[in-house]
Write a protein that binds this ligand. Structure first.
Ligand code: PHE
Length: 336
């Protein structure tokens, strides 16, 4: 094939090329080791010398031509492919975004934080203890020996005969006293577990333990701390009442009620017609509890209390079913 014809056939084959891959195949067909042009060049040697020059020049021109056509076509195809890529990946920045609702703080987390802030402002530090607890700390060291009827007050989840899910935050009292010498003053917020479920009980709930032991701590201190806490977390005019009660680890013991928020004391379903709602247990630390950790019970005295925080949240936000806190219904949680 002469130079002219090679160009023409090359152009004919170039016309339908649409991709870089096809272009590369075409290049190989013409310029590759066994390509059309290459074999023509090889055949030059067989021509008589006078023809060889002219034919060689023509073939070389054709080669230059084909190379430059290939280069410019490659460039065009590249640009085309890039434009297509851009078009397919284009983002319309003017489209409205997807709405991602902001998270809200869980109502229990909120009251826990608020209560913690009130107590730390009064000078209480914050302590923690394990939720999986030794029977010793949950009961024994709190003056509740095995077979003591008070163990029935709490429906305990047993992990093993010696290990329980703590039924209250009171075991933290003992752990802190073992670590520190008096005076001590702290709160211990956290989760506790009891085998119980209905409108006012969930198997897991939250308490804040309060504890203070020093010289000359009296029941008046307990009253002052609790009344001022309740007035701050609810409202300064909420009625507060101390009722005699029993806990093995305090003596004397009291339960503390506040005036029913729902009926303002006239009596309703939530307060079972009494006008009062119990929200915490408290008392003066039992001498046996002090003695067991090696505190001198003649020199030191103190108070302890345990507040049910779900109750606090229910009253604060007028929620009449405790289970709502743990159903994870966003329509409920989104209100806080
Ligand atoms: N631990 C008691 C309970 O969970 C509450 C309490 C704490 C009572 C501290 C007195 C003193 O029922």
């Amino acid at each position: 094939m002469a130079g002219e014809n090679i160009r023409e056939s090359f152009l004919r084959e170039l016309a339908p090329v649409k991709t870089i891959v096809e272009l590369e195949q075409l290049r190989v067909r013409y310029l590759g080791r066994k390509g059309v042009l290459t074999s023509e060049l090889k055949r030059l040697g067989a021509l008589p010398p006078d023809e060889r020059r002219a034919a060689g020049a023509l073939l070389n021109e054709a080669k230059v031509f084909i190379e430059s056509e290939l280069a410019s076509c490659r460039q065009e195809l590249k640009e085309l492919e890039l434009r297509e890529k851009f078009a397919s990946e284009a983002i319309d920045v003017t489209l409205p975004g997807k709405y991602i609702p902001p998270g809200k703080t869980h109502p229990i987390t909120r009251v826990m934080k608020e209560a913690t802030d009130i107590f730390t402002a009064m000078g209480f530090s914050v302590e923690e203890g394990p939720e999986v607890e030794l029977d010793y700390y949950n009961f024994e060291a709190l003056n509740i020996p095995k077979e003591h009827p008070a163990r029935d007050m709490q429906d305990t989840f047993y992990v093993s005969p010696d290990i329980v899910l703590r039924t209250h935050t009171s075991p933290v009292q003992v752990r802190v006293m073992q670590r520190k010498k008096p005076p001590v003053r702290f709160i211990a917020p956290g989760k506790v577990y009891r085998c119980d479920t209905d409108v006012s009980h969930t198997p897991m709930f939250h308490q804040i333990e309060g504890f203070m032991v020093a010289e000359d701590v009296s029941f008046s201190h307990l009253k002052a701390v609790l009344e001022s806490f309740l007035h701050r977390i609810f409202s300064p005019d909420v009625p507060v009442r101390f009722r005699p009660s029993y806990f093995p680890f305090t003596e004397p013991s009291a339960e503390v009620d506040i005036g029913c928020i729902f009926c303002k004391g006239t009596g309703c379903r939530t307060c079972k017609g009494t006008g009062w709602i119990e929200i915490l247990g408290a008392g003066m630390v039992h001498p046996n509890v002090l003695r067991m950790v090696g505190y001198d019970e003649r020199r030191y005295s103190g108070f302890a209390f345990g507040i049910g925080m779900e109750r606090v949240a229910m009253l604060k936000y007028s929620i009449d079913d405790i289970r709502l806190f743990y159903e994870n219904d966003l329509r409920f949680l989104g209100q806080f």
